[in-house]
Design a protein around this ligand. Structure first.
Ligand code: FES
Length: 490
């Protein structure tokens, strides 16, 4: 049986996204074993995996600076982080040599058994000569064992080091996988990975995140008020919001499906800041209390109401992986009283009530196909959320974003889109003139679909524009019912 790695872990070792790895596996027709790949095949796909420069240790450095529990180091029971990193390097070096020697020994042992078997078939004189030859082979190989260093062993050592700084979590029954880094709880890391795990308070009070550890070891991060019965504890139940992983885990946990309704929530939150992106566009940053994150799916909307009772329905323009820090795009053309408060600056530091979520403009569940997002005007908000979710889940092979009319030049949104394009090999960003005729835009989308028939199309924009675009596409013989569309206010 070959040594296997999960696809998530293999992608990390090869320093590519999981989507890119899956694309390559399909293209090269490499065999996988229920979501796992053999180490040999990974090395064949990526012969130039950098086994020397170590992103794992860079990750240690980052986690150390961002999240290390200072008291542990100041107590003196742990070495200084720099010393720890040096020791990890040494450990990795030793592990490579040991594993290489073991690999070579296994091969030698197999060869020796085969040689001795065939020697037994020979007459006595020849038998002695064959045994002598076999001993000579083993003797000369023994001298090379302590200098052994093969690519398989280096990958094995790199994976072992990765396991020290990140734990892999597999959820049953869905099979979803994600990594836990730093001091994140099992829940936090799952949400950051774009999964819709069940939760309520995030602080150990409600019990909604209760899940069962099927295998692996966990550690409690903080005490919690919610009481698990003795029977539940004996059966392995824990609170995902109050525990982290010590080793790789398999967890039985409830997840919402794309088609499931999330609970209706009413949360009092604070407007942290209002940024004026352009004369016609403001970005509203709203933060919920520490103990109450908003559960929502990318592409959904909520009702936002001020203390004075002025309210409007707004699309959430941020990723559901962070339900505390919500972003809304407010366009001056909406012409609503809420928009007036935003542009007057009246809302800064004010309390608002968030109610929701609602809406079905959602990413298809577990799709690993390439995706094309097209947005115009107010459609940018739900599309931004979907793009962030797709990047977080890291399942899509390719992600393309086409902004009709673009976002304000020089704005943070424009910079964000460009930074995705620069940083991600599987992300492309383009914009067109706002006034591009519907049939020309339809041609561009049709061309993208013809170039890649597996592509999923998501479009959001104002009503009249959407009708024109869908009609133009239908006139060209496209089954637009296969596209996921959302009509927004402006
Ligand atoms: S989310 Fe409430 S106890 Fe974990």
């Amino acid at each position: 049986m070959p040594q296997l790695l999960s696809l998530s872990r293999a992608a990390r070792l090869a320093d590519v996204t999981r989507g890119e790895l899956q694309k390559k596996i399909r293209k090269e027709r490499v065999k996988t074993f229920e979501g796992e790949i053999a180490i040999e095949d990974l090395l064949t796909l990526y012969p130039h995996i950098n086994l020397d420069d170590d992103p794992v240790l860079e990750r240690v450095q980052r986690i150390k600076s961002e999240a290390r529990p200072k008291s542990h180091y100041s107590d003196g029971w742990m070495p200084d982080p720099q010393v720890l990193m040096k020791r990890l390097h040494e450990f990795q070096h030793t592990l490579v040599q040991t594993k290489s020697a073991l690999n070579t020994s296994e091969t030698l042992l197999d060869d020796a058994v085969a040689d001795l078997r065939s020697a037994l078939e020979k007459p006595e004189m020849a038998l002695r000569a064959a045994i002598k030859q076999c001993i000579g082979k083993l003797d000369s190989a023994r001298g090379r064992l302590d200098r052994a260093s093969d690519a398989k062993a280096r990958l094995f050592a790199k994976d072992a080091l990765l396991k020290i700084v990140t734990a892999n979590v597999r959820l049953v029954p869905s099979g979803h996988e994600y990594f836990i880094e730093g001091n994140d709880s099992i829940l936090e890391a799952g949400l950051k990975a774009g999964l819709y795990l069940d939760y309520g308070c995030t602080s150990g009070n409600c019990g909604a995140c209760k899940c069962k550890v099927v295998s692996g070891a966990v550690r409690k991060l903080r005490p919690h008020d919610y009481v698990l019965s003795a029977k539940e504890q004996a059966e392995g139940y824990i609170l995902a919001c109050s525990n982290t992983a010590i080793s790789d885990l398999v967890i039985e946990a409830n997840e919402a499906h794309v088609t499931d309704e999330l609970p209706h929530q009413v949360i009092r939150a604070v407007v942290r800041k209002v940024e004026q992106e352009s004369p016609g566009l403001a970005v509203l940053h709203v933060q919920t209390p520490r103990t109450q994150s908003l559960r929502f799916k990318a592409g959904q909307r909520v009702r936002v109401t001020t203390e004075a009772g002025i309210g409007d329905t707004l699309y959430i323009a941020s990723c559901p992986c962070d339900g505390r820090n919500l972003i809304f795009l407010v366009f001056s053309a909406i012409g609503s009283p809420l928009e007036e408060s935003v542009f007057n600056g009246d809302l800064s530091k004010q309390t608002v009530v968030i109610e929701g979520p609602e809406g079905q403009f959602l990413l298809h569940e577990d799709s690993r196909r390439p995706v094309l997002f097209v947005a115009k005007g107010g459609g940018l908000a739900p599309v931004k959320s979907l793009v962030e979710q797709a990047i977080t889940i890291d399942d899509a092979e390719d992600i393309s974003l086409l902004l009709v009319g673009g976002s304000p030049p020089g704005s943070s949104l424009e910079r964000l889109c460009r930074s995705w394009d620069d940083a991600l090999d599987n992300f492309q960003y383009r914009s067109t003139e706002a006034a591009i005729p519907a049939d020309q835009l339809a041609d561009q989308i049709i061309q993208a679909v013809e170039e890649n028939p597996r592509i999923e199309v998501y479009i959001a924009g104002p009503d009249t524009w959407m009708k024109g675009l869908l009609q133009a596409a239908a006139d060209k013989g496209v089954r637009t019912g296969e596209w996921t569309v959302e009509t927004v206010g402006i």
